[in-house]
Design a protein around this ligand. Structure first.
Ligand code: SD4
Length: 337
C-alpha cells in the first residue's frame, strides 16, 4: 500500500468507527468527501470561490476568526469585478444593482443580513455589522444603506451604476446569442468555514437576478434559505434562482438532513429531490447546494450537470463538480403566474 492509499484507508477506517460510535448512518459514501482531521475546511460556490477560500484560509492562519475568514473571502469576490456579486454585478430593471448578503456565526447562532442595498461596496461587511452592532437580523433598502453609511462603509454614488447599466444593456443587445441564452446567468458566492476548533461560520453575497423588479429580494440574504449554519451539525448554502430556494427553506433543510445522518452530498441531493417532487418544473429548476458537516466532510449537488464548487484545506485547494441530478436545461421557475 502506498502512502496515499494507506492514509485514505486509515482515514476511512477511523471515520467508519467514528460514525458508527456516533450512531450516524453512513450507508452510502457517493460523493462524500471524508477529510476528518484536516480542519480547517473552506467550501464555496463556483470556481470564483477558490481565491476567496484561499484568502479565508490565510485569514485563519493569520489568527482571524471563522467569521473574519468568511468576511474577507467574500469581500474579495465583491471587489473582483464579478458580474454577479458586488456593484459590478447584474443591475435590476431600473438599471441599479441591488445587492443581497448575509452572514451567520455558529457559536451563539447569530446572523445578520442586508437586502436590496444600493451603492454599498461590501454588503457582506454591512451584514456583519447588522449582526454585531444591532439587535436585529435583517436591514433592507434605504435603511440598510443609511446604516452602512453610519458605520463608515464605502458607498459608491449611483451615477456609476447608471453607466454600468448602459454598458450592460449595450452588451446584451449586441450579443447575437442572447435570445438563446435564457436565463441570463446569475450566481452567488456562498462561502462556509469550518475552523480548527470545529466552529462554523458562513456568508453569501449576490446582485441576484438580472433585470429583477426593483425591490425583489432573493434567497441569499434570508437565513435558512440561501444559507444556514448550525454549529452542532454543519452548514449549507445555495446558488441558483432564489425563488426556487426560499419557498422551501432549502439550506435549513440540507442541514436538517445532515442532522438525520445523511452525508453532505446526500443532504443536498435529497433536498433537491424533495423540491423537485413539489415544484411544477421538477428537475428543470436551476438550484445547487454546498454543504459541510461538523466533522469536515463536505459535498455539493445541483440540478445542473456542471455545478462547480471550490474546496480548500491547508493541504489542497481545488474546484470540483457537485453531484448532478439532471441533464436537462434549467429554467428559471419561481411562483407560477
Ligand atoms: C438570487 N440566489 O438572488 C440568487 C442568485 C443566484 O445563481 O445565486 N444565482 O436568486
Amino acid at each position: 500500500m502506498n502512502n496515499t492509499s494507506r492514509r485514505n484507508f486509515l482515514l476511512k477506517t477511523s471515520i467508519a468507527t467514528a460514525t458508527s460510535s456516533l450512531g450516524i448512518g453512513c450507508s452510502t459514501t457517493y460523493h462524500t468527501n471524508l477529510i476528518t482531521n484536516l480542519k480547517p475546511v473552506i467550501i464555496s460556490t463556483w470556481s470564483f470561490g477558490k481565491p476567496a477560500n484561499e484568502l479565508a484560509l490565510q485569514t485563519l492562519q493569520n489568527g482571524g476568526s471563522a467569521l473574519d475568514a468568511v468576511e474577507q473571502g467574500i469581500r474579495l469576490v465583491e471587489s473582483s469585478g464579478n458580474t454577479s456579486v458586488g456593484l459590478s454585478g447584474k443591475p435590476n430593471a431600473a438599471g441599479v444593482p441591488q445587492l443581497d448578503a448575509c452572514i451567520m456565526n455558529g457559536p451563539g447562532h447569530s446572523a445578520g443580513s442586508v437586502a436590496g442595498i444600493e451603492g454599498v461596496v461590501h454588503p457582506i461587511t454591512a451584514a456583519r455589522l447588522v449582526m454585531e452592532k444591532t439587535p436585529h437580523v435583517m436591514l433592507v433598502g434605504r435603511g440598510a444603506r443609511w446604516f452602512s453609511e453610519q458605520q463608515g462603509l464605502k458607498i459608491v454614488d449611483s451615477a456609476q451604476d447608471e453607466k454600468r447599466y448602459a454598458a450592460w444593456l449595450a452588451k446584451k443587445k449586441n450579443d447575437p446569442q442572447n435570445k438563446a441564452k435564457k436565463p441570463d446567468n446569475h450566481d452567488t458566492v456562498t462561502l462556509i468555514v469550518l475552523d480548527n476548533n470545529g466552529d462554523i461560520a458562513g456568508g453569501c453575497s449576490t446582485s441576484g437576478l438580472s433585470g429583477k423588479v426593483p425591490g425583489r429580494v432573493g434567497d441569499s440574504p434570508i437565513i435558512g434559505s440561501g444559507l444556514y449554519v448550525d454549529n452542532e451539525v454543519g452548514a449549507a448554502g445555495a446558488t441558483g434562482l432564489g425563488e426556487n430556494v426560499m419557498r422551501y427553506c432549502a439550506s435549513y433543510q440540507v442541514v436538517e438532513n445532515m442532522r438525520q445522518g445523511m452525508s453532505p452530498t446526500e443532504a443536498c441531493s435529497e433536498t433537491i429531490k424533495r423540491i423537485a417532487r413539489t415544484d411544477p418544473l421538477g428537475m428543470e429548476l436551476g438550484i445547487n447546494f454546498i454543504a459541510i458537516n461538523k466533522r469536515g466532510e463536505f459535498g455539493a449537488a445541483g440540478t445542473q450537470a456542471n455545478f462547480p464548487y471550490s474546496i480548500t484545506t491547508k493541504d489542497f485547494s481545488e474546484v470540483r463538480k457537485g453531484k448532478a441530478l439532471s441533464k436537462v436545461f434549467q429554467k428559471e421557475g419561481g411562483n407560477e403566474i
